[in-house]
Ligand binder design. Structure first.
Ligand code: AMP
Length: 443
């Protein structure tokens, strides 16, 4: 069969690489893909943007694509799955209405509240009904979020009420376009974050391996927020007991609530969680797709056939399948371009990809393109190096050995991806209580 992956980032490279391993797949098409997907065996790029629904539909028909998997949120929120379904084509992802869980934070918070699912206390406002006196009566730190899609950049953790008010004003003034026309202001939650990603079929859920990402640009979780500078799987903060609570208190009621609201959810569902010190999970956000960079380490550990899991989901049969995981840990280090996350420079030649390909682990591409026989940077997040190992520290060492092969002008990356998990590992080995603030460097 032929499979189509829509998108062109690191997540889509990982999806295409995984699908191409299925014995049932003859060819994987990626639209538009990147230089990494172009070089992958049994994978072919097609130069169509993820937003160009008519041409994607035409491609799926012409190539007799049996299954399409949508990577990024923007086409999902714009209704690509509805368009494919209306044309009688099988497409894995949530409908436009279900994807509002990510497309509108205010919708998603109202949904959580309506169904009694734990999340930070909040209020949402438009410019017309903004209640400044209410904001002034709150306590800092407080969190201000643009309600619409803002590529992970529309969140401000305000350390004072003045800062919160300035963030609200900035959002209403159009800094994030339409995404900031409505804002959510919510209570600041303490704890450790984890990414809990599941596959859903409208009714049943198959939880994927847990993961944790690093959103800040610099070592020690400092600097500006980004789309994600690295991730690892599994996330030790999600113990068996926490996993059970997340399923019972968050995932199951969410899937049931969506179904009861008449918008059943099929696709990858990503719950960004804050786990309090006592193990209580709360929802920070929902994403309507696989995480990026979480997809890279999670899919690197998936031993089951992804195609069969997606098909089971489209048939409403996720209760009848299981996912098998490599027991090793995976650590993924993102290599970003000069200037990221602000004004990104593109077009820098990348050296060392061949050397990296000869080493254990895997380098997934994100913002790359091929020109005149060379691979050039072409986006904020450029590559993602994934290592596997029995211990998280082994996986980290393998990932950074790949990073050490690669060079381009202005390359930025963090040196401490997975530091929390490694701190836990070291503490457990020494029989000491856990101090998650300790750093676990890679070298
Ligand atoms: P979001 O896009 O809503 O997940 O927010 C991006 C990041 O901001 C999260 O990964 C957290 O690090 C942080 N964040 C968001 N909401 C809160 C909150 N209520 N309390 C503490 N941190 C938050």
């Amino acid at each position: 069969m032929k499979v189509l992956i829509v998108g062109g980032g690191g997540r889509e490279h990982a999806l295409a690489w995984k699908c191409a391993q299925s014995p049932r797949v003859r060819e994987v098409l990626v639209a538009p893909g990147n230089a990494g997907t172009a070089a992958e065996p049994r994978v072919r790029n097609v130069d169509i943007a993820a937003s160009d629904f008519p041409r994607l539909l035409e491609l799926a028909r012409r190539e007799a694509v049996a299954l399409t998997i949508i990577g990024p949120e923007a086409p999902l929120v714009a209704g690509i799955v509805d368009a494919f379904q209306a044309a009688g084509l099988r497409c894995f992802g949530p409908s436009r209405l279900a994807a509002r869980l990510e497309g509108s934070k205010s919708f998603s918070k109202d949904f959580l509240q309506r169904h009694g699912i734990p999340t930070a206390a909040y209020r949402s406002f438009t410019r017309g009904n903004f209640d400044r006196a209410w904001l002034r009566s709150q306590r800092a730190p407080i969190v201000v979020k643009a309600s619409g899609l803002a590529s992970g950049k529309g969140v401000v953790i305000a350390q004072s009420l003045d800062e919160a008010e300035a963030a609200v004003a900035e959002m209403f003034s159009g800094r994030f376009g339409d995404a900031g026309a409505e804002v959510v202001i919510e209570q600041f939650l303490q704890g450790e974050e984890a990414s809990f990603i599941v596959m859903a079929d409208g009714e049943h859920v198959l939880p994927l391996a847990t993961s944790q990402d690093h959103k800040r640009l610099q070592d020690g979780d400092l600097g500006p927020n980004t789309g994600g500078m690295g991730a690892y799987s599994p996330a030790p903060v999600v113990t068996g007991a926490v996993h059970e609570r997340v399923m019972r208190e968050i995932i199951t009621p969410s899937i049931r609530g969506l179904s009861r609201d008449g918008t059943p959810y099929t696709g990858f569902l990503y719950a960004g969680l804050m786990i309090a010190a006592d193990g209580t999970p709360m929802v920070l956000e929902f994403n309507c797709r696989f995480g990026d960079p979480e997809a890279q380490p999670v899919l690197a550990r998936l031993e089951s056939d992804l195609i069969s899991l997606c098909e089971a989901a489209l048939e409403g049969g996720l209760d009848r399948v299981e996912a098998h995981w490599d027991r090793r840990a995976a650590v993924a280090v993102v290599l970003a371009a000069a200037g990221y996350p602000d004004a990104v420079r593109s077009g820098d030649p990348i050296a060392g990809l061949d050397a990296a390909a000869g080493r254990p682990g895997k380098v997934f591409h994100a913002g790359t393109r091929r020109a005149h026989g060379r691979v050039l940077t072409s986006g904020g997040r450029v590559l993602c190096a994934v290592g596997l190992g029995d211990r998280v520290s082994d996986a980290q060492r393998q990932a950074y050995a790949l990073v050490d092969c690669i060079r381009y002008q202005g390359m930025q990356y963090r040196h401490d991806i997975a530091h929390r998990a490694i701190a836990r590992e070291l503490s457990a080995a020494a029989g000491r209580p856990i101090d998650a603030t300790r750093q676990g460097g890679h070298g």
